[in-house]
Structure formats: structure tokens, C-alpha cells
Design a protein around this ligand. Structure first.
Ligand SMILES: C[S@@+](CC[C@H](N)C(=O)[O-])C[C@H]1O[C@@H](n2cnc3c(N)ncnc32)[C@H](O)[C@@H]1O
Ligand code: SF4
Length: 380
């Protein structure tokens, strides 16, 4: 029987999985809430081919490694790039590191880009998993989020992915956009679940500093309401659970066998190489952070240098493993670091309030909405 995505066995095994994250920064336009490393056509005329060549050069500069268990191509919007170029990136990863048989190979896509020919070419290039930025099935909410697609594009994209043989399909949803009613969110969930996705990610709209959304909130537009988001979070857990998907992290749900190896690896403190603009990596006890400005990234790679903006050793791996792992429903093993936290006044307070639960040798968060608060106390 396939193990449940929230099983401790999978959560712990993930710490030894090796992954690669490849960042493709191109987007047709910038969504008002997004603070990822993104460039739009008005911001750069750089040909996609030149950027992908730089990414391949960066892969070639990375120290050799053992074969990868998972590859995640994210963005930005990888689906706006020629599939043949993304195939070249996969070939470069395979040549440099190798890929284990049946490796997870996934990409992020926007529904409006997902025409059959493109999807087929991506499948032929080796992608097996696709994650669609659906966000909502309410046209008013999609408009408020500045999205380029309509609800019907999402239905079409999922059908096309299935027809082309994608083995795992995810939908990303955002809840708590100002103006979204509870009925609208409930209808979005119903419609998303009716498409029978293998994986569903639900994110509360966050106002990130420096975004257009944050400027409009500072100018007096309504901000997302935490109580409304808490209600919608609970609503989502009920609806998604009823549909048979298992919550395995604060924001992530999957059918058995469809957990995301790349994500589970990062939450388990596993190692991953990060290539491309603004990408983060974690190898040999060191965290790397790539340059976020496109011209500087291209210049650094052009000079034959790894395009790092920051390189920091992981100061306290045991503590960090707990900090990352507590967002998973499988929780973390009760290591000496965890035991010390549980004996601290903050730890005792959380246990008494029923926010965390120690069951045998594992510590779990029982109220995922409070995960961030527990982690803040833990980090101190
Ligand atoms: C950075 S996007 C990249 C994928 C693709 N370009 C898209 O927009 O769907 C990955 C996901 O992060 C989530 N996301 C990005 N910014 C967010 C924010 N400020 N609040 C909540 N979710 C956000 C969205 O659900 C999005 O699908
Ligand atoms: S949310 Fe996605 S499509 Fe929108 S700007 Fe960010 S990466 Fe691009």
C-alpha cells in the first residue's frame, strides 16, 4: 500500500533526498501581490535562450553530486519558455548530477499558457508533474489578483495535462483576497476538487513588502483580514479532507503517492542545489542565495563565477531541522533540542494550550494555523 503523505516514515526519509531547484524568472506581467524574483517583457528584452544558457553554465559550475531524487522548475513562469529550452536544463542536470529512476520532475505553469502542443513537448522533455497557479475560480477574485486567466482556462489546463500523460497535477489556490466572500472561497474549493487534482496547495494571501499590493494597502485599500483567513483555512481543511486528500503540511494536501519530494526534502533539512535568479540552495552544511538582479546574475555567470549573493554555514542544524519540520503534519522527532524546548516556559505553555502534542517520540502541531507562532517561540 502506498504510504500516506503525512507519514513519519516519508517525512524522515526525505532528509536524505537530493533535489535541484531551477528558477525561471520570466512572467508576462507582474501580479500585484508577488515578491518573487520576476522579470516582465517591459523590464528586460533578454532572450530566454540566453538566460537558459546561463542557468546551464551555472549547473556546470556546481560541484558534482550523486543523482537527484527531485527537480523543481519554478518561477516566475516556466511555462512561458520554449519547452525545448527547459528540456536542455533537464539534460544539463542529468549530465552533471544524474537523476534517480522515476525522479520527480515538476514545473510550475500558468493555466493560460498550457496549450496541448506545449504540454506535450514538456511531457516529452521529461516533466511528469505540473503545478498550476489556479488561485481562484471566481473571476472577480482573479481580477483582483491581477491574473491573466479565466476559470475555464484552469479546467482546460487540467484536462490537457491528463491527456498528455502528466502523472501528478497540482492546483495552487489563494484565499482571503479582500472582497472574496466565504461563498466564493467555498465554490472555488468545490470546483478545484471536482477536477480531482492529485495535490492541492492553499495559501493565505500575504501582503509582501515592496509589492503593488502593499503600496495600495498603505494607501488605504483593504488588507486581508486574519480572522476571515482563519475561517477560510478551516473551511478548506474540511472540504479537502472530505475529498480524500491528506494534509501533510500547513498549506499542502495530496493523495497517497503524490506528496512533493522536493518540498518534503527541504522541510526535512535535506540538501538541494538552487540555480537561476534568486534561487536558494543547501549543500554540505552551507546555504546559498543567488543574485536577484538579472543583469548582475548574467554578468557573474558570464565571468565564470557562481552567482551567489550570500553563502552562510548552517549555524545550528538540529534547531533548524525542527524549525523547518514543524510545519509538517508528521511533526519532528523529539531530539534533545526539542526536549529542551518542551521543558522551557514557552514549550510548556504550548503543550498546555493544546497547540502542540507529544505522542511517543514525535512532536506535532495540532493547530496548524498557529505553526508560525510556535516556530517563532522555538527560534527565540
Ligand atoms: C511564485 S508563484 C509561481 C507560479 C506561477 N507563476 C503562478 O503565479 O502561479 C507560486 C505560488 O505562490 C503563491 N503565492 C505567490 N505570492 C503569494 C502571496 N503574496 N500570497 C499568497 N500566495 C502567494 C501562489 O499561489 C502561486 O501559485
Ligand atoms: S505570481 Fe506567478 S505569474 Fe504572477 S508575477 Fe509572481 S511568479 Fe509571475
Amino acid at each position: 500500500m502506498t504510504a500516506r503523505p503525512d507519514s513519519p516514515e516519508i517525512a524522515d526519509a526525505a532528509g536524505s533526498w537530493r533535489s535541484a531547484y531551477v528558477h525561471i524568472p520570466f512572467c508576462s506581467r507582474r501580479c500585484p501581490y508577488c515578491d518573487f524574483a520576476v522579470v516582465t517583457p517591459v523590464e528586460t528584452e533578454l532572450p530566454h535562450r540566453d538566460y537558459v544558457q546561463a542557468v546551464i553554465t551555472e549547473i556546470g559550475m556546481s560541484p558534482p553530486w550523486e543523482p537527484l531524487d527531485a527537480v523543481s522548475v519554478g518561477g516566475g513562469t516556466p511555462s512561458v519558455v520554449d519547452p525545448a529550452l527547459l528540456g536542455d536544463v533537464l539534460a544539463a542536470l542529468d549530465a552533471r548530477f544524474g537523476l534517480v529512476p522515476g525522479a520527480e520532475i515538476g514545473l510550475e505553469a500558468n493555466p493560460e499558457d498550457w496549450q496541448p502542443r506545449r504540454a506535450e513537448a514538456l511531457r516529452e522533455a521529461g516533466f511528469r508533474r505540473v503545478s498550476f497557479g489556479a488561485q481562484s475560480f471566481d473571476p472577480i477574485v482573479l481580477d483582483a489578483l491581477g491574473r491573466n486567466h479565466e476559470p475555464a482556462d484552469i479546467d482546460q489546463a487540467v484536462a490537457t495535462a491528463r491527456a498528455c500523460g502528466f502523472e501528478s497535477v497540482n492546483l495552487d489556490l489563494i484565499f482571503g483576497t479582500p472582497g472574496e466572500s466565504v461563498a466564493s472561497w467555498s465554490a472555488t474549493l468545490d470546483r478545484a476538487l471536482s477536477l480531482e487534482p492529485d495535490h492541492l496547495s492553499t495559501y493565505a494571501l500575504t501582503v509582501e513588502r515592496g509589492t503593488e499590493l502593499s503600496r495600495s494597502v498603505l494607501d488605504g485599500s483593504p488588507a486581508p483580514d486574519p480572522d476571515d483567513q482563519a475561517d477560510k483555512y478551516e473551511l478548506a481543511q474540511e472540504a479537502i479532507g472530505r475529498a480524500g486528500l491528506v494534509q501533510y503540511e500547513v498549506s499542502n494536501h495530496a493523495r497517497p503517492g503524490h506528496h512533493v519530494r522536493y518540498n518534503l526534502g527541504t522541510w526535512a533539512g535535506g540538501e538541494y542545489v538552487g540555480v537561476g535568479l534568486g534561487a536558494h540552495g543547501h549543500r554540505s552544511g552551507v546555504r546559498t542565495r543567488n543574485i536577484r538582479r538579472l543583469d548582475r546574475y548574467m554578468e557573474a555567470v558570464g565571468r565564470g563565477e557562481l552567482p551567489h549573493a550570500g553563502v552562510e554555514p548552517v549555524a545550528d542544524p538540529a534547531r533548524e531541522a525542527v524549525f523547518l519540520g514543524l510545519r509538517r503534519m508528521a511533526g519532528v522527532q523529539v531530539t534533545p533540542v526539542v526536549a529542551a524546548f518542551l521543558e522551557s516556559p514557552e514549550g510548556e505553555r504550548f503543550v498546555e494550550a493544546g497547540v502542540v502534542d507529544v505522542n511517543g517520540s514525535r512532536l506535532r502541531i495540532t493547530r496548524p494555523l498557529l505553526a508560525d507562532a510556535v516556530m517563532r517561540e522555538f527560534v527565540g
